[in-house]
Design a binder for this molecule. Structure first.
Ligand code: ARG
Length: 287
């Protein structure tokens, strides 16, 4: 399917109101899932981010890296135990988590953005006191799995003011310099609130929120915060969607304009969501 010149022009014009609306605005993108592991998808995400920057938005990338961490632990002969989907993180595991996320994954994303013609700076939540964290589980069973206690966005502002795209590894630190591994969705939501972002975009491996999980046609395109409780009760928001939706609710009630759960398996999902009227995923808004 090749678009005719007229169709191409129409597509660009459809983007105009959004280019205008989001000019100079901050957009936090949680980067993870298939879009991070598949080479071709990876390049397209980088292009989308660089394009956003050059039309005047300020993308802020927060990334995960679960599979990379598991891969490295395996190579080192270290096992991984999960409790309720959370990686039990002892001191030795934490060391590897930080090395992989900050030293490898973060820099690969920076390199990808640079290769696509953008300028990026990679930091972790430790840099500039960005993320103050503490243990998510006070009983200590999960070790250094962290939760965000506070965010100081100053370093992000500095990076943006100087024309760079910030790329953030979700590692936080407490007052005693102890590192914590923080879920990237939660870190992205907290950062979006702290920088007063206009948007939070979560790249996932699902089409969005589906009324019927077996039917990709049943996408709920717009979800209002006021509808969330009912959908949870009805079981529509369940499983892996529950924490994603909660993240979005936290962000929009914290002042972020719109949040988007989109399918990172679709090439250029970010552009399709941001620059078209329809979008491709589920937009969660506070109404
Ligand atoms: N492009 C617009 C925006 O980013 C609208 C997106 C609509 N998306 C949706 N899933 N209904 O705000």
């Amino acid at each position: 399917m090749v678009a005719s010149p007229m169709e191409k022009a129409e597509i660009l014009v459809e983007a105009l109101p959004y280019i205008k609306e989001f000019y100079g605005k901050k957009v936090v993108i949680k980067y993870g899932g298939a879009a991070m592991t598949d080479c071709e998808l990876k390049d397209k995400v980088m292009q989308d981010i660089v394009l956003m920057k050059y039309v005047g938005m300020h993308p802020i990338v927060v990334h995960g890296g679960g599979p990379e961490i598991s891969g490295m632990l395996k190579r080192l002969g270290l096992g991984t135990e999960f409790i309720d989907g959370l990686r039990v993180t002892d001191a030795e595991t934490m060391e590897i988590v930080e090395m992989v996320l900050v030293g490898k994954v973060n820099k690969e994303i920076v390199a990808g953005i640079e290769a696509s013609g953008g300028k990026a700076i990679g930091i972790s939540g430790k840099d500039g006191g960005l993320i103050k964290a503490g243990p998510i589980d006070p009983s200590g069973k999960l070790g250094f799995v962290g939760e965000v206690r506070s965010v100081n966005p100053q370093i992000i502002e500095t990076v943006i003011e100087n024309g760079y795209i910030p790329v953030i590894a979700p590692i936080g630190m407490d007052a005693r310099k102890q590192s914590y591994n923080i879920n990237a969705d939660l870190a992205a939501a907290a950062i979006a609130v702290a920088v007063k972002a206009d948007k939070l975009v979560l790249l996932t491996d699902v089409p969005g929120l589906l009324r019927d999980p077996a039917d990709p046609e049943s996408l709920i395109s717009v979800l209002k915060v006021s509808e969330v409780e009912t959908y949870i009760r009805e079981g529509v928001i369940a499983g892996g969607m529950l924490p994603k939706v909660k993240c979005c609710v936290e962000a929009v009630t914290g002042g972020v304009g719109r949040t988007h759960i989109i399918d990172g398996r679709v090439p250029h999902a970010i552009l399709l969501e941001i620059f078209t009227n329809q979008g491709i995923g589920t937009m969660v808004i506070n109404e």
